[in-house]
Design a protein around this ligand. Structure first.
Ligand SMILES: [Zn+2]
Ligand SMILES: [Zn+2]
Ligand SMILES: [Zn+2]
Length: 261
């Protein structure tokens, strides 16, 4: 049995939706699907639970989703909308006074160590402080029975990856929240994956993010069973935009839960 559950903790772009100072229709919308915290997911399996990225909304996201236990934190890249809630992980290390495994590219770990020096330098070892256990990502690794395969992507100047989740030989899901383009090596890894979750910022072009046209082209190329767009800007109003998409391409929204039996 696969037994893999993925919950969207946030589906918004770096500034979140509503955006400070914006009076557009989406930012004023009362549809809960238009309230987007910073992009992150929570994954649960019988043996292990983890989050991908801990942005500035991480504490709120944990409370809202009722997260009480995490075995690891996994990171895509060191942009602030994916990192700045890092210290909130300490709540998950208290019961056993445990270390928190932190899986990230060496370049991303470097930024975390600079930003959260007090957590990494070994000086504060009181109960209640975050004690990260750095796990540099150099290739596929396992959390319980799930294999996480890093998916290198191009996303501006920063080194950035998504993740492919494979369980018992089934390629369940590729999660790529931030990308402008995917190299052939990544396309090969996710060709025909069950579910693709991908950056689709808005309609207008952007120098470091995929837009709707580009992500629809990737959906057609990769041919997953279904695709979810995430990391959405306020140009995208859920009830207005989703009906215009092909039936196998949907907009993710905060709180949406996907389950594989
Ligand atoms: Zn981002
Ligand atoms: Zn707006
Ligand atoms: Zn980014």
């Amino acid at each position: 049995m696969t037994d893999f559950t993925l919950t969207f903790l946030g589906t918004g772009t770096s500034v979140g939706i509503p955006m400070i100072g914006c009076d557009c229709e989406t930012c004023r919308s009362t549809d809960p699907r238009d309230k987007r915290l910073r992009s992150s997911i929570w994954v649960r399996t019988p043996e292990a639970a983890w989050v991908v990225d801990t942005g500035p909304d991480f504490r709120t996201q944990c409370l809202r989703a009722g997260i009480r236990h995490l075995d690891a934190a996994v990171f895509t890249h060191p942009h602030m909308d994916h990192l700045t809630g890092f210290d909130e992980l300490r709540r998950f290390t208290i019961p056993a006074d445990a270390f928190m495994p932190v899986h990230a590219l060496p370049s991303c770990l470097q930024v975390l160590e600079r930003m959260f020096t007090y957590a990494f330098n070994g000086e504060n070892r009181y109960r209640g402080y975050l004690k990260p256990f750095p796990k540099p990502v150099h290739g596929p690794f396992h959390l319980g029975e799930t294999t996480l395969t890093p998916l290198p992507v191009q996303h501006g100047k920063v080194e950035c990856i998504g993740y492919l989740f494979t369980r018992h030989g089934r390629r369940l899901c590729a999660y790529i929240p931030d990308a402008k383009s995917l190299p052939q090596s990544t396309l090969d890894l996710i060709q025909g994956v069950d579910t693709l979750i991908i950056d689709a910022l808005r309609h207008t072009e952007h120098p470091t993010h995929l837009n709707f046209t580009e992500s629809l082209a990737l959906h057609a190329l990769i041919q997953p069973r279904r695709t979810f767009f995430t990391h959405l800007q306020c140009e995208i109003m859920h009830s207005r935009e989703e009906p215009l998409l092909p039936p196998d391409v949907r907009l993710a929204y905060d709180g949406l839960e996907l389950h594989w039996e």
